[in-house]
Design a protein around this ligand. Structure first.
Ligand code: XMP
Length: 326
């Protein structure tokens, strides 16, 4: 069909001017494809789906129905940012579903990483399909497919994304980014006026904080992951490391150790910091964080995050470790 091959004449989008030409062409193409019909989009708040949403809002406005499913495993502030950027600023037709309880109930007691991933993936599709069924007149499904996904060289989505959307929903696909590489998507996102921290954000796995809460997920340990991650991100931003380091996050493993707090014995979890650099996520090296910064982050996490009495720094490259813990 040749439909999935990037045209050889297509210029690499490296400047705001080239992005704006791409945007104008896509708006016309999208209007021609969709007409006056409605389009559904699962909007995670990641770069790709956010850029697709912003493009479609420009092209077809309220004919786009965005569904943001909060599976309870998002980072601190993420659902709020999706709502404020898309509903408040861009006036999008956005359905927000807080499905936290439903996901955590299904995940309760489940320790096997692959089962956790499958449950999250299946539940996501179920929630999304339920929302889709409530909508009248949807004929298209928009997706943030990018060229590496099609080439199957994408280390991230190709082998373990949870977000494979329901093919049985029987919609025609709308994939405006399918010939773009990630750096081009970011240039387009910038040109569309999306916030910088959305456009240049680090990769975040579909199963979210679920893979950083190894073993059976509990609400309190999940909160410890979320809060420590927020502190780490805040400190990276404050110290000019945001956008410089490929991926950085915290993990709270499922064991406790003895400590002291306020002259009393404590028995709490450790929190592991991981910060890695890579080009393609197949191998990764460790970011050498300044010692003073590590000490400062340790001080903050042990004092601000309930349930954490130690902070550890993971020095393991990939291989032998993977980037994530599950
Ligand atoms: P690993 O842990 O395999 O991760 O070294 C490589 C890259 O893939 C991301 N990752 C995922 N992304 N769904 C995703 O969309 C997933 O299930 C998933 N698991 C890992 C990981 O964050 C890293 O960037």
């Amino acid at each position: 069909m040749g439909d999935n091959k990037r045209p050889e004449t297509m210029e690499r989008i490296t400047t705001p001017e080239l992005a704006s030409t791409f945007i104008d062409e896509q708006i016309q193409a999208l209007q021609a494809q969709v007409g006056d019909k409605k389009v559904l989009l699962a909007l995670s708040g990641g770069v790709d789906s956010s850029v697709v949403a912003a493009l479609l809002i420009k092209a077809i406005g309220k004919q786009l129905v965005c569904v943001h499913v909060n599976h309870g495993l998002l980072r601190k502030g993420e659902p709020e940012q999706v709502i404020s950027v898309f509903r408040d600023k861009m006036d999008a037709n956005l359905i927000y579903v807080d499905a936290t309880d439903r996901f955590l109930e299904k995940l309760a007691g489940v320790t096997d990483p692959e089962r956790k991933r499958k449950i999250i993936g299946k539940e996501f599709i179920d929630v999304f399909a339920e929302e889709a069924a409530k909508q009248d007149g949807i004929e298209f499904l928009a997706q943030g497919t990018i060229y590496p996904d099609i080439l199957e060289s994408g280390p991230v989505k190709s082998h373990h994304n949870v977000g494979g959307l329901p093919e049985d929903l029987n919609f025609e696909l709308v994939e405006p980014l399918k010939f773009l590489f990630k750096d081009e998507v970011r240039v387009v996102g910038d040109a569309l006026g999306l916030p910088e921290n959305m456009v240049y954000r680090q990769p975040f796995p579909g199963p979210g904080l679920g893979v950083r809460c190894p073993g059976a997920i509990t609400r309190d340990r999940l909160e410890a992951v979320r809060e420590s991650d927020a502190i780490l991100r805040e400190e990276f931003a404050r110290n000019g490391l945001e956008g410089e380091v490929w991926q950085y996050f915290t993990v709270v493993p499922d064991f406790k150790s003895t400590g002291v707090r306020d002259d009393k014995r404590s028995f709490e979890w450790p929190c592991i910091i991981r910060a890695v650099n890579t080009k393609d996520a197949m191998t990764a090296t460790i970011e050498q964080l300044p010692y003073e910064l590590l000490e400062h982050i340790t001080e903050r996490i042990t004092h601000e995050v309930p349930g954490i009495n130690r902070v550890l720094y993971d020095l393991t490259p990939k291989p032998t470790g993977t980037i994530e813990y599950e």
